[in-house]
Design a protein around this ligand. Structure first.
Ligand code: C2O
Ligand code: CU
Length: 420
């Protein structure tokens, strides 16, 4: 379901909509499962805007608990960021909150609950947020695919059981995995059609290595941001919160599989019917977004990921920590003047992988030689891995920096940065 963003009486550049979280029934593994959804759907409505427009989105809380929405990857003003305590108060049941922000950057983003998010996102409070380029590459289909897992109990309902081990290990991994596919055109894909696939991982803890069958093409963007040089299509590591855009020609049914674990798991497929001459237009880099240029780092910092099962830190309690602090610290991890370029070295000393997400900014992943790689908002660190990132902290406010495995965030792997 794509939401038509009605703009009656508003300047054409302004888009207005209501997002109402509520309890819903969704279909998983042949069961009608009680879940949560925005505007009655799981995923929530696909929000589509044109680069440069302004969004006015009212959160209308129809839950019996608090709610907040975070616009993951979008460079919004701090008070629009949707983070409890740090940027706003939680919206209580029956209340509403108006978010208003511009969308300067084209790309594939998403929105999700940021209140008790490990619980609310795993119950379905998320959706795609697409910002179309002013000069988008011509494609026959622009398809959003969200890989989502849910943990069902014996009776096929959302597993309400509480297992503390989930927090200290790889997290709460669902036993039912689906590719939620939405093709805005509503048309069937033909062999030879040019496709843009926007892959999103809204699962709270599960990492995928997404293999694609039935498509020849290139990876053109990561976490919404265009790659200067599109990459050869090969299995894509997609950690919680991450996105990837692929452009290519359909050669058959498009099949998605996951090879992250020991076994290959089928995630779903897009059917094709009929065929046509494949588009011969070469796949080139997407138009770039206008991003701040980095200076020589005026600030360096180290962030050490600690804790979890089997770790000796925190008396072996299994809780997660960043630089010896578990949970959001009273003072920021880093406090800098607006516009500072910072180089942060992130070291994973735990026995599990993590994916660190910074709000309000994108950053360059640096390789071992210090060369700038992809420009992302979430970086994956395998066990023992060290990664340096370079970020221009130009967006004033208080910004969360946390593991996007939401069980880990809930169990202490979160800190924040103050800018300006
Ligand atoms: Cu997508 Cu702090 O989150
Ligand atoms: Cu983590």
């Amino acid at each position: 379901m794509t939401l038509t963003l009605a703009g009656t009486g508003l300047p054409a550049a302004t888009r207005e909509l209501i997002l109402a979280p509520q309890t819903i029934k969704a279909r998983f593994a042949g069961h009608d499962v009680s879940m949560l959804g925005f505007n009655g759907g799981l995923p929530g409505p696909e929000i589509r805007m044109r680069q440069g427009q302004t969004a006015r989105i009212t959160l209308d809380n129809r839950l019996e608990e608090g709610a907040l929405v975070h616009w993951h990857g979008l460079r919004v003003p701090n008070r629009m960021d949707g983070v409890n305590v740090l940027t706003q108060d939680v919206v209580i049941p029956g209340d509403s909150y108006r978010y208003q922000f511009g969308v300067p950057d084209a790309g594939t983003y998403w929105y999700h609950s940021h209140y008790l998010s490990y619980d609310q996102v795993s119950r379905g409070l998320f959706g795609a947020f697409i910002v179309e380029e002013q000069n988008a590459p011509a494609v026959d289909h622009d398809i959003v695919v969200q890989f989502f897992d849910v943990l069902l109990d014996q009776s096929g309902q959302y597993d309400e059981g509480f297992n503390p081990a989930h927090f200290a290990t790889e997290g709460r991994i669902g036993n039912t995995v689906t590719a939620l596919v939405s093709n805005g055109t509503g048309k069937t894909v033909k062999r030879g059609d040019r496709l843009r696939l926007r892959l999103i991982n809204p699962s709270i803890d599960r990492v995928y290595r997404v293999g694609l069958d039935g498509l020849t093409g290139k990876i053109v963007a990561l976490d919404g941001m265009p790659l200067a040089h599109p990459r050869t299509l090969e299995p894509i590591l997609l950690a919680p919160g991450q996105r990837c855009d692929v452009i290519g020609n359909a050669t058959g049914p498009i099949r998605f599989d996951d090879s992250f674990g020991e076994r290959t798991l089928s995630l779903g497929e897009i059917a094709v019917s009929g065929s046509r001459e494949p588009a011969k237009v070469p796949i080139t880099a997407l138009p770039t977004n206008r991003m701040p240029a980095p200076q020589d780092p005026g600030q360096t910092a180290e962030l050490v990921l600690q804790g979890g099962a089997g770790s000796a830190s925190h008396n072996g309690t299994g809780t997660w920590a960043l630089n010896d602090v578990s949970g959001l610290p009273r003072t920021p991890f880093l406090s800098v003047a607006q516009g500072t370029t910072a180089r942060i070295s992130i070291r994973n000393e735990t026995g599990f992988p993590h994916v660190m997400h910074l709000h309000g900014h994108h950053f360059w992943e640096l390789d071992a030689a210090g060369e700038a790689g992809p420009y992302r908002d979430s970086t994956y660190l395998d066990i023992g891995e060290v990664r340096d990132i370079l970020v221009v902290l130009d967006n004033p406010g208080s910004w969360m920096l946390h593991c996007h495995m939401l069980s880990h965030q809930a169990d202490g792997m979160a800190t924040w940065i103050r800018v300006g």
